[in-house]
Design a protein around this ligand. Structure first.
Ligand SMILES: Cc1cc2nc3c(=O)[nH]c(=O)nc-3n(C[C@H](O)[C@H](O)[C@H](O)COP(=O)(O)OP(=O)(O)OC[C@H]3O[C@@H](n4cnc5c(N)ncnc54)[C@H](O)[C@@H]3O)c2cc1C
Length: 405
């Protein structure tokens, strides 16, 4: 049996990008369906969930969805530095609670959420433009017709691939992580661990989720390294090296695994009747591969622009282009700057990492946060390179600024 549905907007993927796009579109008066292949929203967790309190407040995410962080420790093979802030500015999300809150917001706004709905293909009109999607809901075939489709399917970019617009990401990060019960957790402090023994072409982390719970993970850049992050993670946990030792007895609760694009802003994100958002659009900060805040922010913009386009009766690429202009203006120069730092970091030896940490130590908490968040464009980088009171910081930014220019 096949069931057919007709909506103004169909959003494929119930992650942060999809829920946010659906919410904002429905709020702006159109009929929206949100399609998610898993049995529940955030059934699988594929992220470490670090984000920033300023963004959490801006999005209205409730306070019980995160653990605040105010100390930022970096470990290299022979060095450890901590930048201490007076107030927490970073946060480790309760990922399930947050993603379900985002979907609940959409539902309360009138969005129809279809779970266990795996979208596999697209429907095109005679001009080759997308006008719907097809797949299965449980065992049943389903067809969704819509004026605009939002591809929020994450790394797999199912819709854009089915349209033939994109192929598999060439450069990406792979991460493996355990959520663990731990004996001694400093819930104010995160650890980033760099250098060969932690991760070749990437980093390892300890992110406290609460009083007795941490996420310990390893991320590896592909194709730069062939290392399997799960094997590396098991090795680190078994040998309890570096700051893992400080946690005392640790017991796994849950395993997380995921992929994140790292191809820069290489994709076009609007076509006739189609918008790409979140990981399917490659909207992630390449330095630490964080994309949740961009997924929510640009998801909402995609939802608003879709609703406006549908109400105006024009849903072609030109009508949707303000979306691409908007997000590019917000982050393109920042992502480029972050890409330059990432290129530098990928090439560092263990000894150079030990030195790099001595430079990072000279950054004030807000400078460090802007740096790690990639909240600086070329102009800020020039300022850091010419006016920073610390010589080593000026040297670092001069090197990065000139690289690839
Ligand atoms: C190991 C790792 C750690 C990370 N850590 C951080 C971090 O600390 N902070 C941060 O900000 N970002 C982090 N990220 C990145 C962050 O997870 C992503 O940028 C973010 O989740 C993107 O949101 P999204 O909604 O675009 O995609 P996703 O969160 O991937 O959501 C896509 C949704 O679409 C659904 N879906 C896929 N295909 C279909 C289909 N065919 N039919 C129906 N539904 C479908 C999926 O089930 C999923 O629910 C990390 C990523 C990885 C891999």
């Amino acid at each position: 049996m096949t069931t057919e549905y007709q909506y103004d907007l169909v959003v494929v993927g119930g992650g942060p990008a999809g829920s946010s796009a659906a919410y904002e579109a429905s709020k702006n008066g159109i009929r929206v369906a949100l399609l998610e292949k898993e049995e529940t929203i955030a059934q699988s967790v594929r992220t470490s969930g670090v984000t920033w309190i300023q963004n959490i407040k801006e999005f209205g995410i409730p306070d019980d969805c995160y653990n605040p962080i105010k100390n930022y420790t970096f470990c290299s093979p022979n060095n450890e530095i901590t930048i201490k802030d007076k107030i927490p500015q970073a946060a480790v999300l309760d990922v399930r609670k947050t993603y379900r809150w985002l979907a609940e917001q959409a539902k309360n706004q009138g969005v129809d959420i279809f779970l266990k709905t795996n979208i596999k293909n697209v429907i095109k009109n005679k001009d080759g433009d997308i006008v719907g999607v097809t797949g299965t809901n449980k065992e049943e075939e389903v067809i969704f017709h819509a004026k605009i489709i939002v591809d929020a399917s994450g790394f797999s970019s199912t819709i854009s691939r089915a349209m033939g617009f994109v192929s598999q990401w060439k450069r990406f990060g792979v991460g493996a992580e355990y959520e663990m019960k731990a004996e001694h957790v400093d819930k104010d402090t995160w650890y980033l661990m760099v250098g060969q023994k932690y991760s070749p072409a990437g980093y390892a982390w300890i992110f406290p989720v609460g009083k007795n719970i941490v996420r310990i993970g390893v991320g590896v850049g592909k194709p730069e390294s062939s290392v399997d992050p799960t094997e590396k993670l098991n090795e680190l946990i078994k040998s309890k090296i570096g700051p893992i030792k400080k946690l005392g007895k640790i017991t796994p609760i849950e395993f997380h695994y995921g992929l994140i694009p790292n191809d820069g802003l290489s994709r076009k994100t609007v076509y006739n009747n189609l918008i790409l958002v979140g990981d399917s659009a490659g909207q992630a900060n390449p330095l630490v591969l964080e994309g949740i805040r961009y997924a929510i922010k640009f998801g909402r913009i995609a939802g608003k622009i879709s609703a406006d386009a549908i109400k105006s009766g024009k849903t072609d690429e030109l009508a949707l282009s303000p979306y691409e202009k908007n997000w590019k203006k917000a982050i393109e120069s920042k992502i480029k700057s972050a890409g330059k730092i990432q290129d530098r970091w990928i090439g560092l030896s263990d000894e150079q990492w030990d030195e790099e940490l001595n430079i990072i130590k000279e950054l004030k908490p807000n400078e460090f946060l802007d740096f790690i968040k990639a909240d600086f464009g070329l102009i800020d980088m020039i300022k850091m390179a010419t006016r920073h009171p610390k010589l080593v910081v000026r040297q670092l930014f001069s090197l990065v600024k000139t690289k690839n220019n």
